[in-house]
Design a protein around this ligand. Structure first.
Ligand SMILES: C[S@@+](CC[C@H](N)C(=O)[O-])C[C@H]1O[C@@H](n2cnc3c(N)ncnc32)[C@H](O)[C@@H]1O
Length: 188
């Protein structure tokens, strides 16, 4: 199982917005959800994407998107604008759920069954880490992971780096999925 957790400092927790960017950068949530869950013409059934939204009016809100049950969805921005508006206004979409789970609660829950890796430029080089099994990757938004939040996640996990260049969070997810796909395929 692969899981990606985006810590969104500003992502809105209601549906009173016009576009994803102005909704506290929910565009980053959308980009990361697509990078986590989509292959060409297929959804990754073994993958879950989480976003912890910390924007107004009622943070935190845990948005969970499960590849195993996600359907009726495409990869374009207008589809996801509609989906996020719908779920944030309390309606249902298959594969997507909302809860009041905090980032800390999610980390505690995941630490029981998975290895947790916090993505950060200054971490251990990903090529020096033997990644496998049930995996949880934690990423920051456009501003990065707050220090306190990072310190909490590091109680349960380790910091890894994709190199010295700062990439978009969604790019990091694409790179990780690629590396893990290559590893899995070479082990078959
Ligand atoms: C757009 S970056 C944030 C940039 C922000 N200025 C910072 O210093 O964290 C979004 C997230 O992607 C991840 N990230 C970006 N580049 C990375 C790299 N080279 N290695 C590991 N993680 C990276 C980190 O989790 C980061 O918080």
């Amino acid at each position: 199982m692969r899981e990606f957790v985006l810590y969104s400092r500003t992502g809105r927790t209601d549906a009173k917005w016009k576009n994803l960017h102005d909704a506290g950068r929910l565009d980053i949530v959308y980009e990361c959800a697509v990078a986590s869950l989509f292959l060409s013409h297929a959804i990754r059934k073994d993958t879950v994407f989480h976003a912890i939204l910390n924007g107004p009016p009622e943070p935190p809100l845990h948005l969970k998107v499960e590849g195993s049950t996600l359907y009726d969805v495409r990869t374009d921005v207008s589809t996801w604008t509609q989906i996020l508006k719908k779920v944030l206004s309390g309606k249902q979409h298959p594969g997507i759920s909302l809860s009041k789970t905090s980032f800390e609660g999610l980390m505690r829950e995941k630490a029981e069954k998975a290895k947790i890796y916090v993505l950060e430029e200054g971490g251990k080089d990903v090529f020096e880490v033997d990644i496998g099994g049930n995996l949880v990757f934690v990423l920051g938004d456009h501003v990065g992971i707050p220090k306190k939040v990072e310190a909490f996640a590091l109680r349960y996990g380790e910091k890894i780096s994709l190199g010295k260049r700062p990439y978009l969070a969604a790019t990091c997810i694409t790179v990780l999925n690629y590396l893990l796909d290559r590893k899995e395929l070479s082990e078959k």
